[in-house]
Design a protein around this ligand. Structure first.
Ligand SMILES: NC(=O)c1ccc[n+]([C@@H]2O[C@H](COP(=O)([O-])OP(=O)(O)OC[C@H]3O[C@@H](n4cnc5c(N)ncnc54)[C@H](OP(=O)(O)O)[C@@H]3O)[C@@H](O)[C@H]2O)c1
Length: 512
């Protein structure tokens, strides 16, 4: 019999990975993402003893800043944003190996200074270090940074060895197919694909990874996971907030670029892909790309597969809030969509004929990210004649955030002398099962980049395949201006045009 310590439910299975000695360079070190996510992620990795013993941090930015000042502001960010209260015993060793370097992202000499600083760190450490560059700047400077990494020799450093330089690139990865291709070309000019880690932080979420475990570590789902049993799949990435202070940014982006094209498509790929031959990065990403390639081009125009809308004034969280056009930083008569929904068909053997509905929006009724697999209705013949309505379809829903977990909707008998049936919910709550202090997405992603595991990052062809699907939609919407934009009141579940997308197939959206 298993002792409690050895019981596999408590112990878990794990794949052990060694982190090589590393110098992490953050470009955009004075930025919001560095403060809120990257530095707290490093701190928590250190607290979990997951950083390499020889770890060095270099903050890179345009304004001159003494090392001590950068260390102080880093410590303040960790105090404010870390999931664990910071302890000196954990932070001080990192701080002792933290430096700051000022320079322009397009200034070749600054990158030479960076390389010299890394050479010096290696000399002092007495060993070779891997260079991991995290590009956490606005996308306008992704390209000059990449080019300068090439010119100064850092991109090719130790290539072909386990200590080859690696580069993490933040989102957004392009704003259409042409710009994504251009960025991929700039990357390919200086780096090999295995050196590149394109971020979609959704892939770092515990519950997204749990989806893969649920699918492939359980025997009961796979036989049902296909067109014979699945009626439709619904993917929802809903935000309760409006654009807030980020109106200027959002005007350049819109919902399709900001959410649907990347995060929601990643959820679709993980839901629909075939079992990979292994959990290696290439095997998993090959399967994801195959799914994206099998998606039928969207039909455009009225009655087509893509709809968009903007929120109008309404009640959100019990407060009256303005419509999108009245928010700060929004152009008068803006045609930027705050809601987008699409109906996709994955034309392969497993999924032929099963609609995948994707929706995302701001100022919706609730913040929720969910993947719902709706199964075909069971035949009701056995229960016909009773005062039953139609049997509810079984639904398996993965709640990615918040209330992380999984729900199965079943039909159950209401106690009593008659056979009366009611849908009942079975729930596996992630936090009630495992506790709530789970690692943040960026902890996992930063660690994976340090150990060189690209499984949870986007490959170049994956990014282009998704943009290829959506660029015609973006072009058609840009050409149409405000024509065809629907409206929905803030605090609602979205516009009528999105309901019509499903009604055409006899479906309706879940209200998560
Ligand atoms: N913040 C988030 O929660 C979040 C979430 C997901 C993805 N991202 C992505 O992560 C990246 C960084 O985001 P962020 O919010 O940290 O950005 P940010 O605060 O606007 O910028 C990061 C740093 O980049 C430098 N910078 C800003 N504007 C620049 C410009 N026009 N030209 C050159 N350098 C400029 C600044 O550093 P110096 O002045 O010191 O050089 C700034 O501190 C972006 O690509 C963003 O899309 C952010």
């Amino acid at each position: 019999m298993n002792t409690p310590e050895r019981h596999p439910f408590l112990q878990g299975l794990s794949r052990h990975r060694g982190a090589p000695p590393t110098v992490l360079v953050i470009f955009g070190a004075s930025g919001d993402l560095t403060a809120r996510k990257l530095l707290p992620a490093l701190y928590n990795l250190a607290a979990d003893n997951l950083l390499p013993a020889d770890f060095h941090l270099i903050g890179f930015g345009r304004s001159p800043l003494p090392d001590d000042e950068f260390r102080r502001s880093a410590a303040a960010s960790i105090r404010e944003f870390s999931r664990r209260a910071p302890e000196d015993g954990i932070w001080n060793p990192i701080a002792a190996h933290t430096r700051y370097l000022a320079g322009g992202y397009d200034e070749a000499a600054a990158f030479t200074r960076l390389r010299e600083l890394i050479d010096e760190l290696e000399r002092v450490a007495g060993r070779e270090l891997q260079t991991l560059c995290y590009i956490s700047t606005p996308p306008t400077v992704f390209r000059p940074i990449l080019e300068n990494l090439g010119t100064c020799g850092l991109a090719a450093r130790r290539r072909g060895t386990a200590l080859a330089t690696k580069v993490v690139i933040e989102k957004p990865f392009g704003r259409d197919l042409a710009s994504a291709r251009e960025l991929n070309r700039a990357i390919a000019g200086v780096l090999e694909e295995r050196q590149v880690f394109r971020i979609d932080h959704y892939l770092g979420k515990e519950t997204v990874q749990d989806l893969l475990v649920q699918r492939f570590a359980n025997a009961i789902f796979e036989p049902l996971w296909n067109r014979n049993y699945v009626d439709c799949v619904q993917l929802t990435v809903a935000e309760e907030v409006g654009v807030g202070t980020r109106g200027g940014y959002y005007e350049q982006s819109g919902c399709l670029r900001d959410m649907l094209q990347n995060h929601t498509m990643q959820l679709l790929a993980l839901t629909a892909m075939e079992p990979p031959v292994s959990l290696d990065a290439e095997a998993v990403r090959d399967e994801k790309v195959k799914v994206l390639q099998a998606i039928r081009p969207l039909r455009l125009g009225p009655g087509g597969d893509a709809v968009r809308a903007q929120y109008t004034e309404g009640l959100s969280g019990g407060k009256r809030v303005p419509g999108y056009l009245a928010e700060n930083g929004i152009r008068p008569g803006s045609a930027t969509e705050t809601y987008a929904a699409v109906r996709l068909f994955v034309d392969n053997w497993r999924w032929a004929g099963v609609p995948f509905y994707l929706r995302s929006g701001k100022r919706l009724a609730r913040r929720v990210t969910e993947i719902a697999i709706r199964f075909k209705r069971p035949p009701g013949a056995l229960f016909a004649g009773s005062d039953q309505y139609d049997l509810a379809p079984n639904t398996l829903a993965f709640q990615i955030q918040p209330d992380e977990g999984m729900t199965v909707l079943l039909n159950g008998k209401i106690p009593g002398l008659e056979t009366r049936i009611q849908p009942v919910k079975m729930r596996y709550g992630y936090h009630t099962t495992f506790g709530s202090n789970t690692p943040e997405a960026y902890e996992r992603l930063v660690l994976d980049a340090i150990v060189g595991d690209g499984t949870l990052f986007i490959r170049g062809d994956e990014a282009e395949t998704s943009w290829r699907l959506y660029t015609p939609v973006l072009e058609a919407w840009a050409a149409a201006g405000r024509e065809g934009i629907d409206a929905y009141p803030a605090g609602s579940w979205g516009p009528a045009c999105a309901d019509a997308l499903l009604a055409a197939h006899g479906h309706e959206w879940r209200k998560p």
